[in-house]
Design a protein around this ligand. Sequence first.
Ligand SMILES: NC(=O)C1=CN([C@@H]2O[C@H](COP(=O)(O)OP(=O)(O)OC[C@H]3O[C@@H](n4cnc5c(N)ncnc54)[C@H](OP(=O)(O)O)[C@@H]3O)[C@@H](O)[C@H]2O)C=CC1
Ligand SMILES: O=C(CO)COP(=O)(O)O
Length: 353
Amino acid sequence: MSDERPQVAVLGGGSFGTALASIAADNGASVHQWLRDTELAAEINRSHRNARYLPDYAMNPAVVASSDMRKVLDGAELVFVAIPSQAFRDVVRKARPYLNERQILVSTTKGIQEDGFKLMSQILEEETGFTHIGVLSGPNLASEVAAKQLTATVIASDDALTRARVQTALGCDYFRVYAGNDRYGVELGGALKNIYAIAAGMAAALGMGENTRSMLMTRALAEMSRFAVALGANPMTFIGLAGVGDLIVTCSSNLSRNYRVGYALGEGKSLEEAVEALGQVAEGVNTVSLVRDKARQEGIYMPLAEGLHQVLFGGVPARQMAQLLMLGEQSSDVEFTLSREDVKQARRLEGDV
Ligand SMILES: NC(=O)C1=CN([C@@H]2O[C@H](COP(=O)(O)OP(=O)(O)OC[C@H]3O[C@@H](n4cnc5c(N)ncnc54)[C@H](OP(=O)(O)O)[C@@H]3O)[C@@H](O)[C@H]2O)C=CC1
Ligand SMILES: O=C(CO)COP(=O)(O)O
């Protein structure tokens, strides 16, 4: 008898891949999860728990884990790729022989490839040439998703079929899937907010207050949207779940790995110690260099990313950098209504600058 359930594959055995596989299974799909670690795959199938990445959460027992890529992708209609950005292209290349153009491919990875400043869905496009490609992003801390905390996300694609299929496959009573068509903006939002989560963790460790956190998050949003719009994204995307939504959660929670790296740095640990202690991926560490370089190249004003880069890689103490940033140009609150140039012009007339 053939299996009538939607056929879902998840590539990645980390915390988010595991949480996602379980949602799809909760929602009635037949789910196969690929991970490179054969022992962990066997362990998941035995105990229905990912002891390495989400040890405290039971997975839906219908998820079948395997390190055999062919088996996982055989018959899959919907393929989620939850692999850290630095390994993303390699894994897609491994998967390529078992993929076909009827499939829907969705990246969940919030990072950027250094070579060419590529986002993950662009890598999916380059490696496959398929048309059903999307990005899943939003305020989705994996352990909260695994705990079935009420959560929402965005599926962004210019392909209506991709949006609808993902909404059907994942939408359930604890996970809502909103649709968007600015794939580039949604994907950039997910990658950029990691930078500011590191800064927020650092500020918390330094004992800075709620006013400071609020300023940091709001100016981060201004900076993220300025950057994204300069690269062609829609500014309105940043008022959505994948913009301000994800920024709030990652800048406020110790469950965010990027926040935790920032917190450790604020406590005086070195970057190497902070990353080592985490033992999982914190995409923001790499993203901050890529974004800072890109901003310099394109002439985009990014004082927070620039300052964080100097703290992470230039040896500038975080508190000193915060003070320097406070003395920076006092400009427009919302640049989409009042331009930075207009503010500068008025201040020039006042003789202030
Ligand atoms: N965790 C979260 O809360 C969320 C994460 N994301 C995004 O999801 C992406 C994946 O993150 P997440 O699941 O959290 O990551 P984790 O750090 O929890 O796990 C990483 C996973 O990727 C695997 N991996 C790493 N390198 C390779 C490789 N070369 N080949 C095959 N597998 C590899 C690891 O395998 P191994 O154990 O063998 O090293 C592990 O299964 C990230 O970009 C993140 O931004 C998005 C939303 C929420
Ligand atoms: O993207 C996330 C939540 O939406 C997870 O953030 P971290 O990668 O910082 O853990």
